[in-house]
Ligand binder design. Structure first.
Ligand code: ADP
Ligand code: MG
Ligand code: ZN
Length: 511
């Protein structure tokens, strides 16, 4: 079925679906490591280079080329495994996963199969209300990325409707770690929230480990979301005794918000199919950000035959226990501890800290404070204005192109008294619109508080004279009435006055 032509499928109301069914999820996260070179050759890995400029016989799969394992990538894999509380294999191998795909030049992907480098771990994920959900990790294994196909001529950028395709092999051979959860049960209604919180927590952890850029929008962190439903347990039956339903696998969901939406959508779609008495087709699905639906990809059975076999050209990976312990010593503090420390440093209330976490802004605020902002200022912009906008526009805060350095600069301009709040908001608009850094935007747009106290005083006098009645109310002790006068003064000053100062001056004159 062509995804471009498929029509929206029937869904049922989310709460109704949850009354009849218990959702189960499996999350597969691919993370591109930030090593300087590829997994099995010395090619560079930088993002955005000219097509096919970062390739060699090994990553192009030319006959006779011999791969060598990137030691740094193995170290990163072990550190990720340890941070996820996994066991680290004493001895493991790479395997060939054989299949044809135009962007995979070797016709097999060098991956790991039944001998992953890390297995049997967990990650405790904090949810919006402060409770914790334990995500059981099945394995984290090493593999390599594929190249990228570009389909030219169609409307959607997908292969359907295109008239030709181009292939860029720069990405082929970039080290990937695939982190696979066990089937996640017991989340119930909160399954979509758990999915989002898990990918968010994982991203935070990987960032703290320093092993990846973790940019979902650039594809260095990608999530495939498996979802199935099973009937709710009845009578004295335990939910754990109800067998799992058939899953669908929604591929390459590329933002935290989309992970949540895609899981939620699949739950409502599965429920409609099961309600009709039909069967779920085990298949991959594509997520459509714009319409908020998934469409059918390809059918995929569990018994898919990739003819896996151990890679004969690579030696096994056998990290000594000393190496593993040495790497354990390099782990950053655990996310929970880190969060508590930051909350303490920043002086946020529990509620404020939760807002920050829900906005996925912990690391952003950390960087913003490091760049010189006050913790209160950093929080205000990231979880206030930017999170609000992101929510309205259905984007994530990172997508605006606003950096921690920008916010620190904006915060500084407000603290120095150059901008008031509404001007700062306009400056932020400009930064989002790509007009430059805050100072540049403020200069270009002529935004600056009038520092001339004489001008402010003259405006205050004028407004008091013109609003004698209101002024009298303030003199009689009705301080709230000053608001109207402040408004007039701001108008008089064309918005370029410091409202706080205007208020002080008005009250002083009328006391
Ligand atoms: P695939 O090769 O299809 O990607 P993987 O084993 O890599 O298979 O990943 C499958 C994911 O789906 C895992 O996270 C697994 O825990 C999860 N999973 C397996 N069965 C179900 C099910 N019935 N419902 C939901 N998730 C499932
Ligand atoms: Mg998989
Ligand atoms: Zn290469």
């Amino acid at each position: 079925m062509s995804s471009a032509t498929s029509v929206a499928e029937e869904i049922v109301d989310y709460d109704e679906a949850l009354e009849r069914y218990d959702p189960v999820m499996g999350l597969e996260v691919h993370v591109e490591l930030n090593t300087a070179t590829k997994m099995f050759c010395g090619c560079a890995t930088g993002f955005g280079a000219d097509p096919n400029s970062q390739v060699c016989p090994v990553c192009l799969g030319l006959p006779g080329a011999l791969p060598v394992v990137n030691e740094k990538a193995v170290e990163s894999a072990i550190r990720i495994g340890l941070a996820l509380n996994c066991e680290i294999a004493e001895w493991c191998r790479f395997a060939r996963k054989n299949y044809f795909y135009p962007d995979m030049p070797k016709n097999f992907q060098t991956s790991q199969y039944d001998e992953p480098i890390a297995f049997e771990g967990h990650l405790d994920v904090e949810l919006g209300d402060g409770t914790t959900y334990r995500v059981e990790i099945e394995r984290a294994h090493m593999e390599e990325d594929t190249g990228k196909s570009l389909h030219i001529g169609g409307a959607t950028g997908r292969i359907h409707g295109a008239d030709h395709s181009l292939v860029d092999y720069n990405r082929a051979g970039i080290p990937l770690i695939e982190i696979v959860t066990k089937p996640l049960t017991g989340a119930g209604k909160r399954a979509p929230e758990v999915a989002k919180a898990y990918v968010g927590a994982l991203r935070e952890l990987l960032r703290a480990l320093g092993v990846s850029d973790v940019k979902m929008e650039q594809g260095s962190l990608r999530c495939d979301a498996n979802v199935s439903l099973r009937p709710r347990a009845t009578g004295d039956q335990s939910q754990d005794d109800v067998p799992l339903g058939t899953r669908t696998e929604t591929k390459n969901v590329n933002s935290l918000r989309s992970v949540e939406r895609a899981v939620r959508y699949e739950i409502t779609r599965h429920a409609a199919i099961l309600d009709r008495g039909d069967k779920i087709t085990q298949e991959t699905r594509h997520w459509h950000e714009d319409t908020g639906v998934t469409t059918s990809g390809r059918e995929k059975s569990d018994a898919e035959d990739y003819r896996y076999f151990p890679e004969p050209d690579l030696v096994p990976v056998a990290p000594t226990r000393e190496t593993v312990e040495m790497l354990r010593g390099t782990l950053p503090e655990a996310p929970g501890e880190r969060r508590r420390r930051l909350q303490n440093d920043w002086g946020y209330s529990d509620l404020e800290m939760r807002d920050v976490m829900n906005a996925g802004a912990v690391a952003l605020i950390e960087e913003t404070v490091a760049a010189g902002a006050t913790p209160a200022g950093a929080r205000k912009w990231w979880t206030g204005e930017l999170a609000r906008r992101a929510n309205v526009e259905g984007r994530s805060v990172e997508e605006f192109g606003v950096t921690p350095a920008h916010i620190a600069e904006l915060d500084r301009l407000v603290r120095d008294g150059r901008l008031n709040d509404s001007m700062a908001r306009q400056v932020l608009e400009g930064v989002i619109a790509g007009e430059g850094a805050p100072t540049e935007v403020a200069d270009a747009r002529g935004l600056e508080l009038v520092q001339d106290d004489g001008a402010l005083e003259a405006a205050v006098d004028k407004v008091i004279e013109a609003n004698a009645e209101v002024a009298q109310k303030v003199r009689d002790g009705k301080v709230q009435a000053a608001g109207a006068l402040i408004g007039q003064v701001m108008k008089e000053m064309k918005g370029q006055a410091d409202a706080g100062k205007a208020r002080e001056l008005i009250l002083a004159k009328l006391s």
